[in-house]
Write a protein that binds this ligand. Structure first.
Ligand SMILES: NC(=O)c1ccc[n+]([C@@H]2O[C@H](COP(=O)([O-])OP(=O)(O)OC[C@H]3O[C@@H](n4cnc5c(N)ncnc54)[C@H](O)[C@@H]3O)[C@@H](O)[C@H]2O)c1
Length: 287
């Protein structure tokens, strides 16, 4: 196994652990450079494309996100087709749906990407399908919903709220909710996501776009209540009157079951309890 990453968002401790324990070869390189990508693909049979500039950064610097997410993806798809890669799985996002007209969001729901990140992910989906049609590159596209799990970055856009609430609770403070906390997310655990990726590499069916979520909506207010219970804190979530744009998320996951034989196995309460435990362990470990 070979990992290709420019280490832009890498935690050195995690990189070191992967290096020592996984047996994977780490190649430091940038998807924006076709020649580096071509070299890294020598002898490679299956590819998982995860490299990306995240949503919040894309709003600040649209050009960079187009260069990495669109030009970088095109480099990889072209080089994979040229190298005879057997299948490529691309990490897309539920954000391509924008604000949904109805829930759950199915793969055939209207696409209304709002930011350079979402626009670049949708462009990459189309580019991959182009290489599928014209160069016979086999593919599956996974649209991840709100991925979370132990070790997640504190600046992860969708999941910041989880860590902010956990940090407040550990300081004995109540979670602070803007507005009525009606905004909802579809939290899917990173190990379930990893399983979906492996199934998408191996499935009999390919050239399919598949949602990877749980189908369960968790509102910000639900999240606060779940975390208060897990931490066992003697506080009630507090609400700050604010005008909040209420967005909602819930995946239709029937296609994931049909095409990949995948269903999420980790419920949000169980998964969040793991995040709390990991956050506590991180706080108490000497750094
Ligand atoms: N985390 C989520 O909730 C979520 C939701 C939907 C989709 N996704 C997608 O899943 C994938 C993984 O998400 P994540 O949260 O782990 O993202 P992340 O930002 O933590 O990881 C992206 C990785 O890409 C690398 N990278 C960035 N620019 C690069 C470049 N120019 N060349 C090579 N490598 C580069 C970074 O160093 C990092 O290791 C991304 O494509 C993301 O868009 C994530």
């Amino acid at each position: 196994m070979r990992v290709f990453d420019n280490l832009y968002r890498a935690d050195p401790a995690v990189v070191d652990e992967i290096d020592r324990t996984s047996g994977a070869e780490l190649v430091e390189g940038d998807v924006r450079y076709r020649a580096s990508v071509q070299r890294a693909l020598a002898g490679v049979d299956l590819v998982v494309h995860l490299a990306s500039i995240a949503i919040n950064k894309s709003v600040v610097d649209p050009e960079e996100s187009v260069e990495v997410n669109v030009v970088g993806s095109e480099n990889l798809f072209a080089a994979a087709a040229e190298a005879g890669v057997r299948r490529l799985v691309f990490a897309s996002t539920a954000s391509v749906y924008g604000e949904p007209d109805e829930l759950p969001m199915s793969e055939d729901s209207p696409l209304k990407p709002q930011t350079p990140y979402c626009i670049s992910k949708l462009a990459s989906e189309h580019l991959l399908q182009f290489y599928g049609r014209t160069k016979d590159l086999d593919w599956n596209i996974l649209r991840f919903f709100n991925v979370y799990g132990p070790g997640q970055r504190t600046d992860a856009y969708y999941t910041t709220v989880v860590l902010t609430f956990v940090e407040r609770l550990l300081r004995g403070e109540p979670p602070m909710i803007d507005g009525a906390g009606e905004q909802s997310m579809d939290f899917v655990h990173v190990r379930d996501v990893a399983r979906a990726i492996v199934l998408a590499l191996e499935s009999e069916q390919s050239r399919t776009i598949v949602n990877v979520g749980t189908g369960t909506q968790t509102t910000v207010a639900d999240l606060a209540r779940i975390l208060v219970k897990i931490v066992g804190a003697d506080v009630e979530p507090q609400f700050r009157p604010r005008d909040v744009l209420v967005s909602r998320r819930a995946a239709d996951i029937r296609r994931a079951a049909d095409v990949l034989g995948w269903k999420p196995e980790i419920g949000v309460e169980e998964g969040l309890a793991e995040v709390v435990t990991a956050t506590l362990a991180e706080r108490s470990s000497p750094s």
